[in-house]
Design a binder for this molecule. Structure first.
Ligand code: KG4
Ligand code: ZN
Length: 341
């Protein structure tokens, strides 16, 4: 049976649409929003306005590239949350409008499930490697840092989560105080390649179990900058690459350390990473290296599936559609949707 799913993602500052035939990606379009750059972070009201401008052309392009007309869509999968309420509202409302106009079933998707299930998308000319259930996924994005035990596309348990900042958020904030553009994660990734990871030492958290904390690291980073700048106003400029390398390696050490412990505790050897920070080269290399050392099968997503995209929403929607788990028109966006994990 061939199922065609239109995925719509609008949780933060990227408007994205994708078309899947079963798990095969037919098209994926992402409209990014440059409007936030000069503010050094996402401005929610500007994000929702940009989504409104982008959503029709983005979906139109995705359908055309896939060669699919609306009457061929079996279901519309949309991100219900978590995310910015105004942004989610645009995608959710569009999905409902199209659903009513064309009588197409709706499937709501938890954005975090989408990141995790992005490992099940295939390309038309390439079947990608899929983890076996149960697997562990280190989910690292701008808003979330979790270790999730994934028993099925619908059964996911949070094994550990951050008690304060997310890893991506910590990188973005540290980048901001160094005067780097938003989002800081990719810039830190690039600058770190030229730096010495042992140049600076920052505080590592001591948190029970498999939970994370990044606020102490952030504070220790800020104090280092403050003290050094008092002595030398050019400190940041002169040490940018070393600061980035030391910070990034500390973040990756913290992430991977708990992941190793969780893998040992749960006896799971299929290990995946997902979310925007899984685009990071240091993290990707470390996961591959730890996997080789520990006999893990590692699942490192293609870069296009790391940051926010609608392909992951479509694939999560596909599994829910197969299960008959449809949504009704009263499914309102939810800014904090973690409870449904
Ligand atoms: O998953 P995502 O696109 O959005 C959320 O769901 O939050 O993740 C965005 C986060 C941002 O914090 C961004 O700085 C980070 O992912 N990020 C990276 C890289 N690319 C994106 N962090 C480190 N290295 C990268 N290459
Ligand atoms: Zn995301």
């Amino acid at each position: 049976m061939e199922i065609t799913i239109l995925g719509i993602e609008s949780s933060c500052d990227d408007t994205s649409a994708a078309v899947l035939r079963n798990t095969t990606l037919l098209s994926s379009v992402i409209a990014s929003q440059a409007v936030h750059e000069k503010y050094g972070g996402v401005i929610p009201e500007l994000a929702s306005r940009a989504h409104q401008q982008n959503i029709v052309p983005t979906i139109d392009t995705a359908l055309k590239e896939a060669g699919v007309t609306p009457d061929k869509i079996d279901a519309i999968a949309f991100t219900r949350g978590p995310g910015l309420l105004g942004s989610l509202l645009v995608g959710t409302s569009f999905a409902k409008g199209l659903s009513i106009a064309r009588n197409i079933p709706l499937v709501e998707v938890n954005h975090l499930h989408g990141h995790i299930l992005s490992h099940f998308v295939d390309l038309p000319d390439q079947t990608l490697a899929h983890p076996d259930f149960p697997f562990l996924c280190l989910l690292v994005s701008g808003g979330h840092t979790q270790i999730v035990k994934v028993c099925s596309p619908f059964d996911m348990q949070i094994v550990g989560t951050t008690i304060d900042d997310a890893a991506g958020e910590a990188l973005d904030k540290c980048a901001k105080v160094m005067g780097l553009p938003y989002p800081g994660g990719p810039v830190i990734d690039r600058l770190a390649k030229e730096g010495n990871p042992d140049a600076f030492r920052f505080a590592k958290p001591h948190v029970e179990g498999f939970d994370y904390s990044f606020s102490g690291l952030k504070t220790s980073f800020l104090y280092t900058l403050r003290d050094a700048m008092a002595e030398n106003p050019d400190f940041i400029e002169q040490n940018k690459c070393d600061l980035c390398a030391s910070l990034l390696h500390t973040v990756v050490d913290i992430l991977v350390d708990k992941l190793i412990r969780a893998a040992r505790e749960y006896g799971i050897k299929d290990i995946a990473i997902g979310g925007g920070v899984s685009a990071n080269s240091v993290l990707r290399n470390r996961i591959a290296a730890e996997g080789a050392k520990r006999g893990w099968r590692t699942f490192i997503p293609q870069l296009r599936f790391t940051t926010d995209n609608a392909a992951m929403i479509a694939v999560a929607g596909y599994y829910k559609y197969l299960q008959g788990n449809l949504s009704t028109l009263d499914a309102a966006p939810i800014a904090r949707y973690e409870d449904l994990l």
